[in-house]
Design a protein around this ligand. Structure first.
Ligand code: SF4
Length: 340
């Protein structure tokens, strides 16, 4: 059941507000049904079970990559499905790539999620439960869910109220997950009004902007949203964000063979980013069965070097989980417009 629904039920039953904390703590500890929330009385558990299941998100499939990445296909109460991905790092750290919508309306041409169409926004609680499931997995691996990135299905800025409500929960003390705000990244393909809204949010979360091209023609081909918010308006919004928050912006740039990975592309990118507070993450492309291919390693290295020579901070983000289609751009379930 969604948290709001549980809260309403508790109120209807005349229960104190702390019951909600007890429920979340039980979920965090691995309770799979109301029966296992033993901190509640038997009668209350039965009443709640009559109204709906404990979880609003239910794992339907769990795939493990050869590199340790775990991908879940998760069912929602209305029959729709989403995916989320847990990535392993050194020293027991784990990053969850979380979904914020069922499918996506924005149709980026390199992204599998974009082929699904838009189903609906996730609630804050459906986002938080993805993290609760991931935290249990991390516990089982004797590791720690340390980072959350909103880079799964959907455009987080188009569902920002729920995303920020979820961030409050992820960041908050127990029964929240206590994840540092600096280790939470909200990613956008360039929804400019969302960037302006995020800069007013008090927690110092990271902003990641998927740019993927340094000229409008190429960017519009990759990301139709560029027609609405072209590069100049997007970077102006990023600069305002930097000035207001004092934080830098992470620019995501997926390298596509012969599309955006030439030396001229690198020099143009360095030029348009030169007076900002940006860090560029170059991303290895993962095959999605479409028209694009990954850049060759020599072209990738040449691109990186050109950015560094121009004085930009840049690094290459290695692909993870591609063998179970868990890598960037590969998340897809059935068409989003209809429930399963
Ligand atoms: S890249 Fe992001 S915004 Fe673009 S279609 Fe995929 S999920 Fe949507």
């Amino acid at each position: 059941m969604d948290r709001e629904a549980v809260a309403a039920q508790l109120q209807e039953f005349g229960q104190p507000a702390y019951r909600m904390d007890q429920i979340v703590r039980a979920q965090r500890a691995g309770a799979s049904s109301w029966d296992e929330v033993t901190t509640l009385g038997k009668g209350l558990r039965a009443d709640l079970a009559d109204r709906g299941p404990l979880w609003s998100v239910e794992p339907r499939e769990r795939l493990v990559s050869t590199d340790g990445t775990v991908k879940w296909r998760l069912g929602l109460a209305d029959g729709r499905e989403i995916e989320s991905v847990l990535i392993s790092h050194a020293r027991g750290r784990r990053t969850l790539c979380v979904s914020s919508q069922v499918g996506c309306a924005l149709g980026c041409t390199f992204c599998s999620t974009g082929t699904m169409g838009f189903g609906r926004d996730l609630t804050a609680w459906e986002i938080v439960e993805q993290a609760l499931i991931a935290a249990q997995e991390a516990d089982a691996q004797r590791a720690r869910l340390s980072n959350v990135v909103f880079m799964g299905m959907g455009e987080p800025m188009q569902n920002l109220p729920a995303v920020l409500a979820a961030v409050d929960e992820l960041h908050g003390p127990a029964p929240g997950l206590g994840i540092s705000a600096r280790q939470i990244a909200i990613s956008t393909v360039g929804w400019v009004p969302g960037i302006a809204e995020l800069q007013e949010y008090p927690l110092p979360v990271r902003l990641a902007v998927s740019l993927h091209a340094a000229d409008d023609e190429t960017r519009t081909r990759l990301m139709p949203i560029n027609q609405r918010y072209p590069i100049a308006s997007l970077l102006a919004a990023c600069r305002r964000y930097c000035d207001t928050t004092g934080r830098r912006v992470f620019i995501e740039y997926v390298l596509l063979d012969g599309v955006n990975d030439s030396l001229e592309d690198a020099r143009r990118l360095a030029r348009i980013l030169r007076d900002g507070r940006f860090h560029v993450n170059l991303i290895e492309y993962n095959a999605t069965g479409g028209e694009y291919a990954a850049s060759r390693p020599d072209r990738r290295e040449r691109f990186l070097l050109a950015l560094e020579r121009a004085g930009l901070e840049a690094s290459v983000r290695r692909s993870r989980g591609a063998d179970v289609a868990a890598a960037c751009g590969q998340l897809v379930t059935q068409a989003a417009a209809q429930p399963a």
